[in-house]
Write a protein that binds this ligand. Structure first.
Ligand code: GCV
Length: 715
């Protein structure tokens, strides 16, 4: 080819790349692959060649990803060579004789299945990316590309060993077979059950790639409120197709199962886990699944909770039910994730119930069962103390369940970066084995050593172009994946990574946006449920404030009044030793700290205590004044973020800028709605004026009570 011709081809190639990346930024569909720009310090790091040591084609996906990524970042076309020479990036599995010359075999062994090494090899003047299998090398490639985009690197900093802390890093989709998504705010399900198995949506691969890029290695495709039909042969063939789309990216497929399936699908009299025919039904079903999907991951089960069937229907325990499924899965290496989200309308403190039901069963579960526990004892509230289940179950592996979809945090309308919520939870000290027994450490295998460990995130993904409904909600999917890989990672750094890859590389702009993100969750806590309040939102849809809500004949534990208990004396749920004694479920010194109103952290005060309106807070304010001021603080913070965002106009893609701006306007309107509703309503009990510094409500309580939430707007 003549030089001129090649120049023309190169120019066309760059033009295409640039127009592709501009296009990508417009609708958010390219997630954190949208920017593809180098960090300003890394321009001198252009590799001279790419060398892939790959005899049997195992690294094709990883090398394509690397080559495309590097070409895009350096706006060039990097040559592929067969021999490593000065300036190469070298991709290889660890079982290569040359790799072994440079890295200690012990170190390679310690990488396990998913770990990788990125290392500048002085002797070769090259960068090596290696891992024990193709998935690990792919993780290494994504990490290297991320580093080039997000931090200044040099050959000294390229001496990286990354091994994920959790073995199972999994998304839970609450997607129904009819295409709807429970608590989904980004359109309908991405799984097109009607079209499968013949038509395969291109989104499946994009989804797998995005997940692999942040280290996620599993997905539960369907809602925990499981339709038994997912286990019919017809649906399993559809699942098989999804599994084969996700497999190259190292994503294993799991299913939520309905405990009554043997009766509903199999025509058995019941689903009693002690009956041989029920056990056999499950064994045969599992066999059928593995014939279709040899790397199937296992089952997720919501049993005897919110109307779902379970072993207790037959006088059996959670352990009986989980073990029956675990035994069926064991020969194939499958696992059971059994949820502890259980509560009972008759119990007078819902926060205590999971612990009461599960603790007596510790020691009874098989070793391929994990108990999946929500971060807090109630239900994904803007702030909850840690669930006392963490650290308490010592013989059974417990896996945290976080919610990525914002069921209680303004759906996909509010900008709320959940990294800070996740970090607060994962770094909470359980004291199970003395100081430093953080949730991360008691669940990731550092303290209790079980054969499997895991962490789940309830997905916020739908068919919207931008995947998550709000551009910034993508950051919550992103941070979940990054923390599942390393729960001790810094969430501010992760926010910055996301901004640089998704929105902009301009340093000043990056720091302003990161600041908005970092303050956003606290702001939401403040304008919704400050000082330990919880569950004040609207009945059923969980959007907007309805602290007054009473529904004739409804379960009391679904109503706000059950939780805030406001009266003429004060407000808050007494869970102290003189109340429901939920504090007893925590290890010392947490138990005493929470129990004593004087030492209970103020952010959990009304979670654990019924506090008089005139109680003196740390800053000298009365509780009533402080409560009102907190609501105001939340509103003010949203105003601030609106101001910051308005200055981003010239730096952010126009459509993205506008869409976020519109959402922040909704958020501010609703923050004021929350503040007005709560302080006006609680004022009917405190009978005190609003303190100085609190803006006069723009709404009237009676009008707010009549306000009807329009669900259509959100689905
Ligand atoms: C999938 C809460 C949600 C339900 C959800 C349930 C659960 O109650 O509102 O939509 O059901 O949690 O986690 O099982």
């Amino acid at each position: 080819m003549k030089k001129n011709q090649s120049r023309i081809i190169n120019t066309v190639f760059y033009f295409l790349l640039i127009s592709m990346s501009l296009q990508a930024q417009i609708d958010g569909s390219n997630l954190w692959f949208a920017q593809s720009q180098l960090h300003s310090h890394n321009h001198s790091l252009q590799p001279k060649s790419l060398v892939v040591t790959d005899m049997d084609g195992k690294l094709t996906l990883a090398s394509n990803e690397l080559l495309n990524g590097l070409n895009q970042l350096f706006q060039t076309s990097i040559k592929q060579k067969s021999r490593v020479s000065k300036g190469s990036v070298w991709l290889s599995l660890t079982n290569n004789s040359e790799v072994i010359q440079f890295i200690d075999p012990q170190e390679l062994k310690a990488l396990g299945e998913d770990g990788f090494i990125i290392k500048y090899i002085d002797e070769k003047k090259s960068v090596l990316i290696t891992g024990n299998n193709q998935k690990a090398v792919l993780y290494g490639v994504f990490h290297y590309l991320r580093l080039l985009q997000t931090v200044a690197i040099d050959k000294d900093s390229l001496n990286i060993t990354e091994i994920p802390k959790y073995k199972v890093r999994i998304l839970n989709h609450w997607d129904n077979l009819d295409g709807s998504v429970e608590r989904g705010y980004a359109g309908r399900s991405i799984w097109k059950w009607d079209e499968l198995p013949t038509k395969v949506s291109p989104r499946y691969k994009k989804y797998a790639r995005a997940n692999a890029s942040i280290g996620i290695n599993g997905t539960v495709l369907n809602n925990v409120n499981a339709n038994p039909h997912i286990l019919t042969t017809e649906y399993l063939k559809k699942v098989m197709v999804i599994a084969s789309e996700l497999r190259p990216y190292g994503i294993q497929v799991y299913l939520s199962v309905n405990f009554a399936s043997p009766a509903v699908l199999g025509g058995l009299d019941d689903a009693n886990p002690k009956k041989e025919e029920v056990k056999d039904w499950w064994k045969n079903k599992v066999k059928e699944i593995y014939e279709l999907i040899p790397d199937f991951g296992g089952f997720l089960v919501k049993a005897n909770s919110e109307g779902q069937p379970g072993p207790m229907d037959y006088g059996c325990t959670h352990a009986d039910g989980a073990n029956m499924l675990a035994d069926a899965l064991k020969p194939y290496g499958g696992i059971v994730m059994w949820r502890a989200f259980v509560y009972n309308p008759k119990g007078w403190d819902r926060a205590k119930q999971a612990y009461e039901e599960f603790l007596p069963l510790d020691e009874q579960f098989r070793d391929n069962v994990m108990i999946q526990v929500k971060n807090g004892p109630v239900d994904f509230q803007p702030r909850e103390p840690l669930s006392p289940m963490f650290g308490a179950m010592k013989e059974t592996q417990v896996m945290p369940e976080l919610q990525i979809t914002q069921e209680y945090l303004g759906f996909s309308d509010h900008l709320v970066y959940l990294g800070t919520l996740y970090q607060e939870f994962l770094q909470s000290d359980t004291y199970a084995k003395g100081k430093g027994s953080t949730v991360a450490k008691v669940t990731d295998g550092s303290i209790y050593n079980h054969p499997v460990s895991g962490i789940a995130g309830v997905a916020n993904i739908g068919e919207d172009n931008n995947w998550c409904g709000h551009h910034f909600a993508q950051a919550n999917w992103y941070v979940f994946g990054r923390l599942a890989w390393n729960p001790d990672a810094d969430v501010k750094t992760i926010a910055e990574e996301w901004v640089r890859q998704t929105l902009t590389q301009k340093d000043k702009v990056v720091s302003s946006i990161v600041e908005v993100m970092m303050n956003s969750r606290e702001a939401t806590v403040n304008y919704m449920t400050p000082l330990g309040l919880h569950h004040l939102m609207g009945w059923d849809h969980h959007y907007g404030p309805e602290p007054w809500c009473v529904v004739e004949g409804a379960r009391p534990d679904w109503l706000p009044t059950y939780y805030h208990k406001a009266d003429s004396i004060g407000i808050g749920f007494d869970r102290s030793s003189t109340g429901s004694n939920a504090v007893k479920q925590y290890f010392e010194p947490l138990r005493s700290e929470f129990d004593n109103i004087a030492t209970c952290p103020e952010e959990y005060l009304l979670w654990f205590h019924h506090v008089p309106w005139n109680h003196k807070m740390e800053n000298g304010q009365t509780l009533w004044n402080q409560l009102c001021l907190k609501y105001q603080e939340g509103v003010d913070e949203v105003k601030k973020s609106q101001e910051v965002w308005s200055k981003m106009k010239t730096y952010i893609d126009e459509q993205q800028f506008k869409e976020v701006q519109e959402k922040i306007a909704i958020q501010l309107k609703e923050a004021i709605w929350w503040k007005d509703a709560c302080i006006l309503y609680f004022q009917t009990f405190s009978k005190q004026p609003f303190p100085e510094g609190v803006e006069e409500p723009v709404h009237k309580l009676e009008e707010l009570k009549k306000l009807k939430f329009d669900l259509k707007h959100h689905n």
